[in-house]
Design a protein around this ligand. Structure first.
Ligand SMILES: Nc1ncnc2c1ncn2[C@@H]1O[C@H](COP(=O)(O)OP(=O)(O)OP(=O)(O)O)[C@@H](O)[C@H]1O
Length: 336
């Protein structure tokens, strides 16, 4: 680094001009690259990026303030999706039992200070189990929405495939963030940990990942972050792992009245008249919440474009039948 750069750096430091300081650091990085030292240049650029991310998230470079980060930084970028959902539990159609349990989780989180004053901790680690499209992801959004917390989602299968051999290390980064930043964390496709156990190439890696997750589950959760692990296949999860959750919440396909409630909400003002329901009832069986929502959306869109103010029972019945056919086709292909 030249004296000119050093002087400029000192000057920007004295004047407290962070932006100037960082842009001089970038000039030094460019100089390093030109002089055939790409590693030094990269290190500098990464540090500048880190400082900028910290500035943006309002966190001082050296401190560990509990200000939520807008999005994960450094190596976690691209692995974790960040959102600020506005979903509420009231917008979900749930069985009384599941609603009660989720409401209790929210209450414990909201009153965690009171609980801690009495030597208790709120529920934080929850396993969400159920078939696709039954509301596990939506639950994570609703809990984040109710608690006004950011939702960080990480798909474990993607983590495995992208960072073969480094998954445990990447997970550690995530766990460190959970310890520092309060939020709702959704570990989606959690069964990926168990699913690969049969693959002999993966044995060492799987053991490391499993140990890393087990250790994490035992660590004190000082931010009381909610950690939700979602899976369609509880049967392939490691038992030692499943046992470490505070709660296991099971999701299932909706019964007739839940299916109707989901459709009615989704159809909104386009809803069917009460006397049309019996005709579509047989087409509801076996469809997931997500499939019902898709069928409702399809007919509402048609109605809008046709200038209609209501959907017809024929159109809705057909859309539901289409979903049923699609489902049985996939099931046949999967050999069920
Ligand atoms: N209980 C529910 N109440 C109302 N709508 C629901 C409910 N469950 C699911 N939905 C609708 O279905 C969509 C998909 O559900 P979601 O993504 O939460 O399912 P999932 O269980 O996470 O599925 P997967 O296992 O495939 O990830 C939601 O965005 C929502 O529109």
């Amino acid at each position: 680094m030249s004296t000119k750069h050093l002087l400029a750096l000192l000057n920007s430091h004295i004047e407290g001009d962070d932006e100037q300081f960082l842009s001089i650091a970038l000039q030094v990085a460019a100089q390093e690259a030109r002089q055939g030292r790409p590693e030094e240049a990269d290190r500098l650029k990464r540090l500048v990026q880190k400082a900028r991310d910290q500035q943006r998230s309002g966190r001082p470079a050296s401190g560990q303030t509990p200000i939520p980060l807008a999005r994960p930084r450094g190596e976690l970028q691209g692995l974790v999706e960040t959102g600020y959902p506005k979903v509420s539990l009231a917008s979900m159609v749930l069985s009384d039992g599941v609603r009660e349990r989720l409401t209790r989780v929210v209450r414990q989180q909201q009153e965690r200070a009171t609980l801690r004053n009495h030597g208790q901790v709120p529920t934080t680690h929850i396993l969400l189990v159920g078939p696709p499209g039954t509301g596990k992801t939506m639950t994570a959004s609703a809990l984040a929405g109710e608690l006004h917390l950011p939702l960080f989602t990480v798909r474990l299968e993607a983590l495995f495939s992208r960072f073969f051999g480094e998954t445990a290390g990447k997970l550690r980064l995530l766990f460190d963030q959970i310890a520092q930043t309060r939020g709702v964390y959704l570990l989606d496709e959690f069964d990926a940990i168990g699913a690969r156990r049969g693959d002999s190439n993966d044995v060492g890696e799987i053991r490391r990942v499993l140990n890393s997750v087990l250790a994490f589950m035992e660590e004190p959760n000082s931010t009381d972050s909610l950690v939700l692990a979602a899976t369609n296949h509880v049967e392939i999860l490691d038992e030692a792992l499943a046992r470490r959750f505070d709660e296991v919440i099971e999701y299932g396909l909706p019964d007739q009245s839940a299916a109707r409630a989901i459709l009615e909400r989704r159809l909104g003002s386009f809803r069917l008249s009460a006397r049309s329901w019996p005709t579509i009832q047989p087409a509801l069986d076996g469809l997931s919440q997500a499939e019902l929502v898709r069928a409702a959306d399809a007919v509402v869109k048609d109605a809008i474009l046709e200038g209609a103010t209501k959907v017809s029972s024929d159109a809705l019945g057909q859309a539901l039948q289409d979903r049923q056919s699609l489902k049985s086709k996939f099931r046949r292909q999967a050999g069920h």
